[in-house]
Design a protein around this ligand. Sequence first.
Ligand code: PFF
Ligand code: NA
Length: 446
Amino acid sequence: MAKHAHSQWSSRMGFVLAATGSAVGLGNIWKFPYMVGQSGGAAFVLVYLACIAFIGVPILVAEWMIGRRGQKNPINTMAQVARDNGHSTNWAVVGAIGVLAAFLILSFYSVIGGWALAYMRDAATGAFIGLDKAAIGGAFEGFLARPAELLTWHSIFMLLTVVVVALGVSAGLERGTKLMMPALGVILLVLVGYAMTTGSFGQGLAYLFNPDWSKLDGKVLLAALGHAFFTLSLGMGIMMAYGSYLGQEVNLLRAARTVVIMDTVFALCAGMAIFPIVFANGLDPAAGPGLVFVTLPLAFGHMGGGLVIGALFFLLLTFAALTSSISLLEPVVELIEERTPLGRVAATLIAGITIWALGIAALLSFNVWSDVKLLGMNIFDLLDYATSKFMLPLAGLGAIVFAAWKLDQQGVKAELGLGDATFGLWTLLSRYVAPVGVLFVFWSNL
Ligand code: PFF
Ligand code: NA
């Protein structure tokens, strides 16, 4: 009895850790702040939070529910669950979009993971000590201008991801999450504390939370929606794949609450650490993907203990990125394993090398290929746009429409343990609010 209870606990714990490990990553610390800055601040933040609560949570739960029923990779899961419920197996396309998106995202995610590695070395060797904003900004620009160096770090990060997935030691990494994630949280809090000493903390808070609604347009809506998907690892079949390992005893709503709160707290703390530094130093909030790599080194270069704190911060950021990148590689590898005679190691190598090669195109768009444009975007921007602003919302829409309109809703009510009133709320959110929200944002961009 006791043993049974313990194994349930550890399986739920393992599941929540894996899902949180996938969710919390570069999306929170690197991408969220620079998107806030590019979108003009609080209006984006509030729409983003609404997208998380009213669209992200229902879709997260829907993906887990579908995954738990299907017990396969996202493509076969969608086909299987559709067939079981008397629907067309064409629903498999939802899973297919997701796996393709995971493939594309990992290519540039690994490039940024490489930046974190490079900055870990710089922080540890004291490279930021005493530098002013011009020197730190210049160092970052210089770094971007050296493709060979970017390639080295991208390759190391991708190699780490491949080794973990090929050896199948993700479970060990997830256990590490239990230690590393709180540690990253503590360092972020230290940085928020430092931000309070800059004299611009109030300005940073106002920028994050006091909306100027004139900043809101279709583009900002789409950016907020897309980032809600990216940050929660939705629309990629990843949460669906995790759902397939899930026992019936796990309470999905409670698990969703944990994952979403963790993810949101990390993002907001990153924002509260970064924007006061931006304003105190007269930096440009709309600087783009380099924002965190300029602001935080500035802090590390000037705060007491900055050398250790900076090195530890980038180490833990790399770790968080790694628990996300393995979750991006897994579904691709599983698919290759299932559809070809290749074993796990060979499948991981093939997937890893292909994604690595695409990542080279992404990193070259910061330097020698910066003028290579498709649809007005360089390759990095195009990869980001096609996935976050198109494929993820589309696949997420498919998942929620399927779960809310194509599954037996009494079964869903029982599975989620809902009473009549909460079931009414769930129905409202999953059938109407979430799908209409996604469609509205798409429509406002036409
Ligand atoms: N959610 C991760 C982050 O915010 O960094 C990124 C990510 C991981 C996106 C896994 C998608 C994914 F499938
Ligand atoms: Na995230």
